[in-house]
Design a protein around this ligand. Structure first.
Ligand code: F6R
Length: 613
């Protein structure tokens, strides 16, 4: 939540900040602002709305500054408005700050500052922090970096901050705890950002700050990193692998559509080097490393949020079926607050595209403290969850920029398929013959996803027929029940149509009361052991005049005869089927949202990386 950027060097900062903020808008987009340091001191320009609205208020002369910081916001403290937008000045306007995170004890700090004569122009916790830093700067007569360090020792909460000071055109001070921050190291210039996308065309050298670290970035002195306990740290510079093309739309109207279409590649990339068909095996280094733990685990607990939680539910079917290890899937936010029973024989798998989701991060910290082994499945390399986990496997989906998760979901499911197969084989809970059959089939999946994407035109037609409905149900059984949940989430989050996912057989226990001619139901009715039962569920809906959109296998007869619309996906083993059945649901939601004029890549009220609890 919230994106931050900064530049320090000899180029004009403003265009770099604006381009960077646009790339970070997926993190929040209710207001945006920049602070530029030039001869006259610090100038702040900020405005409610997207970055493009803020651009209209910045005068040309200020855009000459070579030092600046910028922010795109997802409101936590204080409603979206010009005055609550970042950056924030300190009272004297000597310093300015941008902040991603939440200062939990801001009220008590504010009270103390108010008693010392500080007044506040916004409702934000961030303005409290910048004034605390100024107070220390003035009264302790220390450098800006030292004042930031001392201030952060008084703060409870999460932050990625950047602070600049009037009269100091040579430096930016940054710090991180619980929110991401990366420093780009160029030739005679530095960049800071929430992720590396704002500076990838300028430098691939990056330093990821660790928790509770403060960095003084100075053109003269270079990079000096200390912990907030004042321990000096050596910066670890790493080479980034991201390419600029992967963060651009590449001819698609929206990132979401591009990312849906990238799934054959992202699944292939996630399997690459792991699925070794010629050698008849799956190699997952991390699983091999922790083999004993997995072989003797009492149970696996999967913690995640949103779409990643749905991938966890798919995994529950896969892992229990193929390995016979009991699996529990938990919303990270609920797990951490209910005093869960965790032992050293538990394996906790955290699933997260961003690797920064605060609830998931807190859940694994708790489980780690209780002795569990933590396995991370993340997409963003070097992210907080990836670093907090003992071990893990990356999904190689590439940057996912559309706020609605698509290719990350199928990549997560792909990792789980490889894990379940590999573990099942190691534990002897799946026969060698079955293992070989499944890996051969898994190898065909990228191609089958490509075929499934050809259903775009058909999905668009269905979207046109249902774009104005107020409600929609999604049904599935077995491993496709979580796919139904995911289909409903996609539709509601990008088109604002109310949608619910249910196990098909649950209909008769309540939701069937909703069925009439105005209520469409999307049913996943591919060939599985539940097929006949799903056909009966569809009959029950048809008997009440409900409309059916069914996802079936090629050549289907029974459902095709009774459904209003069918979409045929290639037939695969049921356990691999979520990789295909998900695709038309993504496409239908996408087209409905576009037809309704919704902002597909940046749906209202949402942000991609949820770093608040
Ligand atoms: C939905 C969506 C969210 C995320 C959730 C967890 O399309 O994107 O529900 O799945 O916020 O995010 P990560 O996976 O980054 O932990």
């Amino acid at each position: 939540m919230c994106g931050i950027v900064g530049y320090l060097g000899s180029k004009k900062a403003y265009p770099i900040l604006v381009k960077g903020l646009k790339r970070l808008e997926y993190r929040g987009y209710d207001s945006a602002g920049v602070a530029l340091l030039n001869g006259n001191g610090i100038e702040i320009y900020k405005k409610e709305g997207k970055v493009v609205q803020m651009e209209s208020i910045v005068p040309a002369e200020d855009s000459l500054a070579t030092l600046g910081i910028g922010h795109t916001r997802w409101a936590t403290h204080g409603a979206p408005s010009d005055r609550n937008s970042h950056p924030h000045y300190s009272q004297s306007k000597r310093i300015a700050i941008i902040h991603n995170g939440i200062i939990e004890n801001y009220a008590s700090i504010k009270e103390g500052l108010s008693k010392r004569g500080y007044t506040f122009q916004s409702d934000t916790d961030t303005e409290v922090l910048v004034n605390l830093i100024e107070d220390i700067l003035i009264h302790a007569d220390v450098s800006l970096a030292e004042a930031v360090r001392v201030a952060l020792n008084q703060v409870v909460g999460a932050y990625a901050i950047a602070v600049i000071e009037e009269g100091n055109p040579d430096q930016i001070v940054v710090a991180k705890k619980g929110s991401p921050l990366v420093i780009g190291v160029g030739e005679g210039e530095y960049f800071i950002a929430s992720d590396a996308t704002p500076f990838i065309e300028y430098t691939k050298q990056a330093v990821y700050l660790n928790e509770e670290e403060v960095a003084l970035i100075s053109l003269e002195k270079g990079l000096e990193i200390r912990t907030i306990a004042n321990e000096l740290k050596r910066p670890y510079v790493q080479e980034l692998a991201i390419e600029i093309e992967s963060i651009e739309k590449g001819g698609y109207d929206h990132f979401m559509l591009k990312e849906i279409n990238e799934q054959p590649k992202s699944i292939f990339d996630t399997l690459r080097g792991r699925l070794l068909v010629n050698q008849g095996t799956i190699r997952l280094g991390s699983l091999d490393e922790y083999e004993q733990k997995f072989l003797t685990a009492d149970r696996i607990i999967i913690v995640a949020c949103g779409t990643s939680w749905h991938a966890g539910l798919v995994a529950e079917y896969l892992i229990e079926d193929l390995t016979r290890i009991p699996v529990e899937v938990e919303y990270a936010s609920e797990f951490r607050y209910r005093n869960p029973i965790i032992t050293e024989k538990d394996i906790v798998i955290a699933v997260s595209q961003s690797g920064e989701t605060a609830d998931t991060l807190s859940a694994i910290k708790l489980a780690k403290a209780k002795g569990a082994t933590i396995f991370g499945i993340c997409n963003v390399v070097g992210s907080s969850i990836a670093r907090e986990a003992h071990v893990g496997a990356y999904t190689h989906a590439g940057p996912e920029i559309g706020v609605a998760s698509t290719k990350a979901f199928t990549a997560q499911v792909t990792v789980f398929i490889t894990m379940a197969l590999s573990l099942g084989r190691k534990r002897g809970t799946i026969s060698e013959q079955e293992f070989r059959r499944l890996i051969l089939e898994l190898d065909t999946l990228p191609k089958k996803v490509e075929e499934t994407l050809k259903l775009d035109a058909q999905s668009k037609k269905i979207a046109a027929a249902y774009k104005d409905v107020p409600n929609c149900l999604f049904l599935g059984r077995g491993i496709n029940f979580p796919v139904a949940l995911e289909g409903a989430l996609k539709l509601k989050e990008i088109s604002y149509i109310h949608a619910e996912g249910y196990p098909a057989a649950e209909m008769k226990h309540g939701p069937i009361a909703l069925i009439d001619e105005d209520m469409p139901t999307v049913v996943i009715a591919t060939k599985t052991e539940h097929y006949e039962k799903v056909v009966s569920n569809i009959q029950e809906i048809k008997a009440r005049d409900g409309k059916i959109i069914a996802i079936v296998n090629e050549g289907d007869v029974d459902v095709t005869r009774i459904a209003d619309h069918v979409i045929e996906v290639p037939e695969v083993d049921e356990r691999l089927s979520p990789l295909l059945t998900t695709i038309p649901l993504q496409l239908i939601s996408y087209h409905i949202a576009v037809m309704r004029g919704c902002h597909v890549d940046q749906p209202r009220n949402l942000a991609k990386s949820v770093t608040v609890e």
